[in-house]
Each structure stands twice: as C-alpha cells, then as structure tokens.
Design a protein around this ligand. Structure first.
Ligand code: HEM
Length: 242
C-alpha cells in the first residue's frame, strides 16, 4: 500500500540506519560485532541526551526533572550491562580471526564514552591527545571539557542552597528531601556506569585472555585499572562518615 503519509520506516529513517552495516569483512561474527557496537553508540547517545537535560535541570533548580532524567540514565546503563552477555556468544577462536580485521580500532576510541565521563565530572584532557578521532569529534570533546559537568552544577546548587552538610543530609533514615534524592540518582548513575566497566572487563578476559587490546593498551590489566573510577567520589565518601 502506498501513501504520502510517512510510514514507520520513513519515520525512523530505517533505510539509512539499516544500510550502515554493509561493508563487513567476510567473518560470520562480524555482522553481530559491528552492529552491537553501533547499538551501543546509539545508547550512549541516549545517555548523553538525558545527562545534558539533567545538567540543565540542576542549573535551573528543577530537581524533579533532573531525577527523572537520571532514572532513565541508570535504566539504560542496566541494559548496557546486560547486553555485554551477548558478546560472550563470540567464541575466543572466532574473535582471534575477527580481530585481525580491526586494525587499531577499539572501544577505547569511543568519543561518546569519554563525553559521558566528562559530562558527569570525570575530565581527563589527556584523552584529547591519546584518541584517534575526527575533527568534529575533537570539537565535541573539547566542548565537554570546558562546559560545566553534572558535578559542577551539583556543587553550584549546594552553594545556592547555603552549603548544606552532606553528612547531615545522609543521616536521614528515610530520605525525604529533593537534594538527597538527586544525590542518590547521581550515585545510581555512577554505580551503573561502574558496573558496565566491571562486566566489560570480565567479558574481555573471557574472549581474549591477557592479550593486549587492539587499541594498544595492556588489555585486561588496563581495564581493571579503570573499574575503581568514580564520577562523584565525595558522594561515596559521605557514607563512611555516618
Ligand atoms: C568481544 C568484544 C570486545 C572485546 C574483546 C573488547 C576488548 C576491549 C579491550 C581489550 C579494551 C582495552 C583497550 C584496548 O583496545 O587496548 C577495550 C576498551 C573499551 N571497550 Fe571493549 N571490547 C569488546 C566489546 C566492546 C563493545 C561492544 C563496546 C561498546 C561500545 C566496547 C567499549 C569499550 C570502551 C568504551 C572501552 C574503553 C574503556 C575505558 O577506557 O575505560 N567494547 N575493549
């Protein structure tokens, strides 16, 4: 049936989207491996959209909106963690063949992944030199480095509220205040992202053992060094003081 009304495929621009997996090496698992990476990048895009909205909401003192957005960020992170299991259907033998087609490309070079880190508050300018990326990506990452992060906006909010004592805030048995809910929604995000790091390194060890990564790092040893990273260390430390 033809009609001038946009249909499902038009609406989602599926012709363009589903044509992006064509140029693949002749290895059975390549289709899955590349498409899953593309799906991850789309999901990173959703997380960035919600984090951007959360930052704007905190800046505007709209705590319920910030918490609403962060709830979705954590739900997306849970989905990303579960998705790692699908990668374990690639056998070590198959990946050994597949990796010969990857050259020096690696998830290490995901600019959106660094954008999530920078926008949350964990800014490492060193990545601007270390990552291979397009000019457009470089401009985006530089902007993330200079713009206020979620942590910056949270601290500004605290100042506007007269610098409440976080330890006192966390003493409440049943937290009933907006600021406490926001702080916990931020910790939910921090924890969700950290769980992805833990799940990813377990999968990597299963697939490539102790081989170095295609991105040039030591592989598992490098990834293990990242699992302790926290976006909001102060919000974790406060629990120790109660
Ligand atoms: C069989 C599948 C996979 C293997 C064996 C694998 C392996 C690795 C290795 C060894 C590294 C360390 C960097 C390097 O390459 O030297 C790495 C980093 C990374 N990978 Fe994967 N990976 C896989 C799938 C994925 C997928 C589907 C994503 C989703 C985008 C992803 C995202 C990342 C990210 C973001 C990093 C950087 C982590 C950081 O620097 O904290 N990986 N991966």
């Amino acid at each position: 049936m033809t009609s001038t009304e946009p249909h499902y495929g038009d609406f989602l621009r599926l012709q363009a989207l589903l044509s992006l997996q064509r140029e693949l090496p002749d290895v059975h698992d390549a289709h899955f491996f590349f498409t899953v990476h593309q799906a991850y990048e789309l999901q990173f895009k959703i997380i960035l959209y919600e984090l951007d909205a959360a930052v704007v909401a905190v800046r505007g003192d709209d705590i319920p909106r910030a918490v609403y957005c962060l709830r979705r960020v954590r739900a997306m992170e849970d989905a990303l963690v579960a998705q790692v299991g699908t990668l374990e259907t690639i056998s070590p033998g198959s990946f050994a063949v597949l990796r010969r087609t990857l050259g020096g490309s690696s998830g290490l070079q995901s600019v959106q992944f660094r954008e999530i880190e920078f926008l949350s508050g964990q800014k490492d300018p060193g990545y601007l030199d270390r990552l291979r990326m397009s000019e457009a990506e470089r401009i985006r990452l530089e902007r993330r480095l200079t713009e206020p992060s979620l942590w910056d906006e949270f601290q500004r909010l605290l100042r506007r509220l007269g610098d409440p004592d976080l330890v006192e805030l966390y003493r409440a048995e049943i937290p009933d205040n907006g600021l406490a809910r926001l702080a916990e929604a931020m910790v939910d995000h921090d924890e969700g992202f950290g769980l992805w790091r833990v799940r990813h390194v377990a999968m990597v060890e299963r697939v490539i053992g102790r081989r170095p990564g295609t991105g040039g790092s030591a592989g598992v040893a490098y990834l293990q060094s990242t699992v302790e990273r926290r976006f909001f260390p102060e919000l974790w430390a406060v629990r120790t003081l109660l």
